[in-house]
Design a protein around this ligand. Structure first.
Ligand SMILES: [Fe+2]
Ligand SMILES: [Fe+2]
Length: 336
């Protein structure tokens, strides 16, 4: 799924300023003209090193978020309440794995290796969306994640379909179609529960209470505190600001909450006639940064599960490579 504005710095050695100063002016002018004309930059095109590094950071953080995002919901596959819900959840979690694959492939077109990107994730240097560092405590959490987390991801990702980097923008078109299914299945699961017993309704309300504020933080820090945003906008990587996306999400979600019959846990949430938007309360940014910096409730668990899954899958990668080598040898023999 997922994004948290992807402008969060990580520790993968980005030394953008020093490099930007030595770009050749003619190439830079051509690049700027293409961006100004809303054209696309393709892998074979010249691009400034700072643009390339920004994209590597953003696309790899996005890819990591997709595959770590499989974990909180994956916990519920064996405990889904019916065959139908299990089938839907397996399909969704599998989609997220696929999103990770498209995005790692898109990042590879920028000259980095998937193995290095995964190393950065597994060693804790690279970031992924902080939303996945919270636990899924009840079945309603699966519905809430679909409705709110995937819903927030759609808001973030639809503008990325127009990103200036061709491979990223094309990957996002298919990703967004699948995210739309994720959001709808989550909302529908919650609707069914809200027509059920009092216990089911209470479970949904408890779940929404725990996830609402964390989903608002997914859009990233306020525009004033978002260091990468202005440059990202200039380069056509980021099209809409964090605060504008957050507002759009709130405005779209409040009516959906009314249909569901749940209360969003914000006493300051009110329609503002003058602005034509909902006003909302203060987001706890200290909690956000604590989690981004590795100290949320599930950071260690998520990382160790991911590392174990990667190590357990080593034999599959070895077997696939051995098979590919054999096929290649056979093809060369037949050609000879
Ligand atoms: Fe998703
Ligand atoms: Fe996804």
């Amino acid at each position: 799924m997922y994004t948290q504005s992807f402008s969060v710095p990580d520790d993968t050695g980005q030394k953008i300023k020093a490099v930007a100063a030595i770009e050749p002016p003619e190439l830079m002018a051509k690049f700027d003209a293409r961006i100004d004309a809303d054209g696309r930059i393709e892998p074979q095109d010249w691009m400034p090193e700072a643009y390339r590094k920004t994209l590597v950071r953003q696309i790899s953080q996005h890819a990591h978020s997709e595959i770590v995002g499989m974990l909180p919901e994956g916990n519920w596959i064996s405990r889904a309440p019916s065959l139908k819900r299990k089938a839907i959840l397996i399909a969704k979690v599998q989609d997220e794995g696929g999103h990770g694959q498209y995005l790692y492939s898109a990042a590879e077109t920028l000259g980095v290796s998937r193995a290095d990107l995964l190393d950065a994730l597994h060693s804790g240097k690279a970031k992924y969306s902080s939303i996945f560092n919270y636990p899924t405590l009840n079945w309603a959490d699966v519905g809430t994640i679909g409705w709110l987390v995937d819903g927030a991801a759609i808001m973030n990702q639809v503008p990325l379909c127009r990103c200036s980097y061709g491979p990223y923008s094309r990957a996002m078109i298919r990703v967004c179609k699948e995210e739309s299914f994720h959001q709808r299945q989550g909302y529908e699961a919650l609707l069914v529960m809200m027509r059920g017993t009092d216990e089911q309704k209470a479970m949904v309300q408890d779940s929404v209470n725990r996830w609402w504020w964390k989903c608002l933080a997914m859009f990233g820090p306020p525009d004033a505190d978002s260091p990468h945003s202005a440059q990202g906008m200039r380069w056509g990587i980021k099209r809409v600001s964090n605060d504008d996306l957050r507002q759009k999400f709130i405005d779209a979600t409040v009516p959906q909450a009314k249909v569901l019959g749940i209360t969003l846990p914000d006493p300051d949430l009110k329609w503002n006639e003058e602005r034509g938007h909902y006003d909302y309360g203060q987001i706890d940014w200290d909690e956000f940064w604590t989690t981004v910096n590795g100290n949320g409730p599930c950071n260690k668990e998520r990382l160790s599960t991911r590392v174990k899954a990667h190590n357990d899958g080593q034999w599959v990668r070895d077997a696939a490579l051995a098979h590919a080598r054999k096929q290649q040898q056979r093809a060369m023999k037949e050609a000879a």
